[in-house]
Design a protein around this ligand. Structure first.
Ligand code: GMT
Length: 377
């Protein structure tokens, strides 16, 4: 198949899933065309069957905001037509689903039909998509997609709850590539971070409000009072400053390291003992899955799709949003006993295996086939 993938080229979430999916499909013989405004962060090396089309957004003095949607639409029309794509798979509804619909309509005037599949990732429904500024377009373009997938049952249900959707939404879970995410020996690195054998807690996110990074610091503060420990904070974003201030207030600066955006997340996960993700909302929690694949138990909130990934009492624990006391107690419970920690590590790995890319990728291929077969010209 010749597949066009439209996504954000960013480090986290939907961009990562879209890129890994495209690379995986290319390895299985499909021809994959990424269409976005910057090279996707995880598209780091040359791959046979993988093409990248950059959307041109030249500045023009009239525009206070460059009309990216229009530029992307034109690029999609061009790429579908000249690369002869079979389908477009767009990740994150805003603005990609609406743009794809527009491109589809333009192509129809040229006698060309291209089916569009939209994958919903989370904030495009729960946070941004809900906003009145976007909601009518989100609802319309989901209904006009030929196929719609969501990354968890929770997100599927939230989409039906928030919008008037007349389409069947297929759940296809996010996935993990074990060639990359597996526990490896990084003892030298562990020694540098925790020279006295301290426990290492880790959090990875885009530091947006929804991630509740201050809760991460509060949980660590409590754990730190019980156990010698260090906290690694990976990523960057608007909440970093507040988190830094809180570290200073709590006199934790020597034991918390802000590492900023990192590419080799798996090397950091390899030294961690607990992953913290106390989010306000989380459709899936890909970073938690990456941790589990590296045998790191997860302490999370019970928001959104997190209970579909992190199993309470087995792979980690879940608490109500904001209950930092309980989350800290759970972390202490796991970290205080080597046997308990090892049991949780094993369970985390076993659960992560359910989301092996080798199992999930064929589900996308099968879904593509179904949509192509059902496409109404
Ligand atoms: O978490 C973010 O803010 C990034 C966001 C995105 O769309 O890039 O992540 C969402 O998609 C990920 C991949 O499907 C999910 O694992 C995240 O749970 C989801 N984030 C939220 O729902 C907050």
């Amino acid at each position: 198949m010749k597949i066009g993938i439209v996504c954000y080229p960013t480090y986290g979430g939907s961009g990562v899933v879209a890129t890994e999916l495209g690379i995986g499909l290319a390895k299985r013989g499909h021809e994959v065309h990424f269409i976005t405004y910057k090279r996707p962060a995880r598209l780091t090396t040359f791959q046979e069957n993988v093409f990248y089309h950059e959307v041109d957004t030249d500045d023009y003095p009239l525009f206070e905001y460059t009309p990216y949607d229009t530029a992307l639409t034109s690029k999609l029309v061009d790429v579908v037509r000249y690369e002869n794509l079979d389908l477009l798979h767009v990740h994150y509804a805003i603005p990609h689903a609406a743009v794809a619909y527009m491109a589809k309509k333009i192509l129809l005037t040229q006698g060309r039909y291209v089916p569009v599949i939209t994958t919903l990732h989370g904030t495009d429904i729960t946070l941004v998509g809900n906003d009145r500024a976007f909601a009518p377009v989100v609802e319309f373009s989901i209904n006009k997609s030929d196929g719609v997938t969501a990354v968890s049952n929770s997100l599927r249900q939230q989409t039906y709850d928030y919008f008037n959707i007349n389409k069947e939404i297929e759940v296809i879970y996010n996935f993990i590539d074990f060639d990359r995410f597996r526990k490896s020996n990084k003892d030298h690195f562990k020694m540098a971070i925790a020279p006295e054998g301290e426990r290492i807690l880790i959090h990875v996110s885009n530091f947006r409000k929804v991630k509740r990074v201050e809760d991460v610091v509060q949980i660590f503060h409590r754990v730190h009072q019980h156990l010698p420990s260090k906290l690694l904070l990976i990523g960057d974003g608007p909440e970093r400053r507040n988190a830094e201030e809180l570290c200073r207030e709590l006199h934790l600066c020597n034991d918390i390291r802000f590492l900023g955006k990192q590419d080799a997340i798996e090397e950091l996960m390899a030294v961690a003992d607990i992953f913290l993700i106390p989010s306000e909302n989380e459709s899936f929690g890909l970073a938690a899955l990456e941790a589990m694949a590296c045998e790191v138990p997860v302490i999370s909130s019970n928001a959104g799709g997190l209970p579909e990934v992190n199993i309470h009492g087995q792979t980690g624990f879940l608490s109500d949003v904001g209950n930092v006391e309980e989350m800290a107690n759970y972390a202490i419970q796991i970290l205080s006993n080597e046997d308990v920690l090892n049991r949780f590590r094993e369970n985390a790995l076993a659960q992560a295996k359910r989301f092996d890319i080798a199992n999930i990728l064929p589900k996308y291929e099968q879904y593509y086939e179904e949509i192509l077969k059902a496409a109404v010209y």
